[in-house]
Design a protein around this ligand. Sequence first.
Ligand SMILES: CC(C)(COP(=O)(O)OP(=O)(O)OC[C@H]1O[C@@H](n2cnc3c(N)ncnc32)[C@H](O)[C@@H]1OP(=O)(O)O)[C@@H](O)C(=O)NCCC(=O)NCCS
Length: 168
Amino acid sequence: MRSPSTRDPLSMTDLLIRPGRAADLAAICEITRDSFAGLAKGHYAPAQVAAWMQGCSPETYREGVQAGRIRVADLGNEVVGYVDAGPGEITRLFVLPKAAGRGIGSRLLRIGVRLAREGHEGAVVLESLLNAVSFYEQRGFVATGKGFSSHGSAETPPIEIVRMSLPA
Ligand SMILES: CC(C)(COP(=O)(O)OP(=O)(O)OC[C@H]1O[C@@H](n2cnc3c(N)ncnc32)[C@H](O)[C@@H]1OP(=O)(O)O)[C@@H](O)C(=O)NCCC(=O)NCCS
């Protein structure tokens, strides 16, 4: 049994969802890479995992932060996940493997849907990685088609995604 003085380093009582800021850009980039590598790897070839972040850098996410589209999950001053959402669309949702399965993705998704619905009345759409399709289905999204992510490299097979939609 754990000693009462032992503190869970990822205690959910410390969870704060807040707007992303410029100081978070490096963490957001690392989360995107580590989340795909750790949580999606069973669904994609090792070469696709390696190619996933090609061309991405912290700067890739600056525009989203500046536009107020990004909310981060800050757990005891460590950013462990984020959602990027604009009118009618969830553009990105990633959680670090070590923080997954604790409800953080669900909370970020709810906030992302709220952001996507601000000033937008139709369906909310997203492109899901293969590993996350059931996560979204259990939260009301339906698959509408298949496609390929803009991530990756020309030398590796394209990264398959599923287009999903949450009815208005
Ligand atoms: C998909 C993803 C965002 C989910 O994030 P998460 O923080 O693990 O999500 P949650 O913890 O809210 O839910 C995940 C599962 O853990 C379960 N869970 C475990 N403990 C939980 C808790 N304390 N509270 C809520 N759910 C819990 C949930 O029931 C859920 O299971 P379900 O999908 O069968 O319903 C995350 O796995 C991820 O980043 N994956 C890689 C990148 C990706 O696929 N992104 C989305 C597509 S772009």
